[in-house]
Design a protein around this ligand. Structure first.
Ligand code: FAD
Length: 410
């Protein structure tokens, strides 16, 4: 891959590291130098009098957007409905549009069979324009035609930012589009901001630039990755952003797009779709999550499930979840995994049982309003993140808790 540049600000005392994203480096570097040369005399004089490099240098600013404008998002469908992570995406999209100003619009691409009616949901959550591509052959997500459609829309509309939810399909689609458009992708972001890049070497300031923030080094650091090639593409971690509040009756522009698709793009045919249990698991909407770790596998998480059921029977929106080890050992579907490589959840109450508190697990549940940790090891790191801790055998504690829930939280 070709490299432009990219800066990572590690939020810690450590030195910044450099990461890369993008292509077209020759054109960019040429323009940077040209821009630098324009202001070089002034800058050189200034440097001669000022020995110290000022914190906020007044370098000329450089914008290589080439007219790129607007933000495009993808409305992914799950069981024919707009998936929640695609609605969540409209929160950072609106934030970025506001930061960019200049009447920046959010466009959302909606692809499928008879999907036009769903545009209203997108408008009510913040899209300004919904670009609809309808075709019977596009009922199910297929990476080849979907990435081709995206490429064509991007070439026509020239957005400066493209955002995808970091779902299984989003993680597959975004890099293909990055490759097709000669850009790059910052994956799995938890924060998106508009900022600038002070290039001290070339003595220019690039702006406005997308600052994509994402955890790195096993969630122990936060990196800010800057993209210099347009569209700047990022995927956002599902569950990180709230779905924007619905504005009843808000409308926008519906446009249709007729892509040129070849036979080759349909060489993969879906013969049958078998939906697993994972499809019906909704950890995002649960108020209470009872989560079991390796410490609860001796009974195959039965006690965990019973507690979640007892809560449900009391009318609580409860679900059970687990750590990665539990999935790896085959006790649960991946859909219930919480953590860096699983789901990011933020329930009102997270009950962690027999989970040691590895940083990768914490990454997915630390935003919970209240955390209760149950573990027989008083030194387990989970207790550092919990509001309440119970030290003991889960086989003693969970049945008692379940009985109390059944008795109406006595
Ligand atoms: P353990 O660390 O083995 O902890 C088990 C706990 O149960 C211990 O604290 C123990 O004291 C307690 N216990 C045992 N028996 C009992 C009992 N009878 N009663 C009460 N307590 C008991 N992990 C995730 O969870 N989610 C992720 O998304 C994730 N992504 C990862 C990504 C990467 C790149 C890597 C490298 C790792 C990832 N991991 C993830 C794995 C993570 O590092 C840990 O290995 C994992 O979270 C540990 O799971 P655990 O806490 O269930 O098991």
């Amino acid at each position: 891959p070709t490299i432009v540049a990219g800066v990572v600000n590690i939020v810690s005392e450590r030195a910044p590291i450099i990461m890369s994203q993008g292509s077209n480096e020759t054109a960019l570097v040429d323009s940077l130098i040209a821009n630098y040369n324009k202001g070089a005399n002034v800058l050189e004089k200034k440097e001669a009098t000022e020995k110290k490099v000022s914190e906020k240098p007044e370098f000329p600013f450089y914008d290589n957007r080439n007219g790129a404008k607007g933000i495009i998002t993808w409305a992914e469908l799950a069981n024919g409905k707009i998936a929640r992570p695609s609605l969540e995406l409209l929160t950072p999209a609106r934030h970025l549009a506001d930061q960019l100003g200049d009447d920046t619009k959010i466009m959302t691409l909606l692809i499928g069979k008879n999907v036009k009616d769903q545009a209203q949901i997108l408008f009510e959550h913040g899209s300004d324009e919904v670009i609809v591509v309808e075709d019977d052959k596009l009922e199910e997500y297929l990476v080849l035609p979907f990435s081709s459609i995206f490429e064509q829309v991007i070439k026509e509309r020239n957005p400066e930012i493209a955002l995808f939810a970091a779902t299984t399909s989003g993680r597959e689609l975004a890099p293909r589009i990055g490759m097709k458009t000669g850009s790059g992708v910052t994956a799995d972001c938890t924060g998106l901001e508009i900022g600038e890049y002070v290039n001290r070497k070339e003595k220019v300031i690039n702006k406005p630039i997308l600052h994509s923030r994402r955890p790195t080094y096993g969630e122990s650091k936060l990196a800010t990755i800057l993209g210099f090639v347009y569209p700047q593409i990022s995927t956002a971690r599902a569950g990180t952003f709230e779905v924007p509040a619905k504005v009843e009756g808000r409308t926008g522009v519906i446009s249709t797009f007729a892509p040129k698709l070849t036979k080759d793009e349909f060489k993969v045919e879906i013969l049958q779709t078998v939906r697993g249990e994972g499809n019906s698991v909704n950890l995002f909407d649960a108020d209470v999550i009872v989560s079991g770790g390796r410490g609860t596998t001796s009974d195959g998480l039965e006690l965990i499930k019973k507690l979640a059921d007892a809560l449900k029977a009391q009318g609580v929106k409860a679900e059970w979840a687990c750590s990665r080890v539990v999935v790896d050992e085959g006790f649960s579907e991946y859909a219930r995994q919480v953590g860096q490589t699983g789901k990011t959840v933020r329930p009102k109450l997270y009950i962690s049982v027999g989970i040691s508190g590895a940083i990768q697990h914490i990454a997915g549940m630390k935003e919970s309003e209240k955390i209760i940790a149950i573990d027989h090891n008083p030194k387990a790191s989970i207790f550092h993140f919990a509001d309440f801790g119970i030290v003991g055998e889960y086989t003693d504690i969970i049945p008692e808790l379940t009985e109390r829930v059944k008795a109406g939280f006595t």
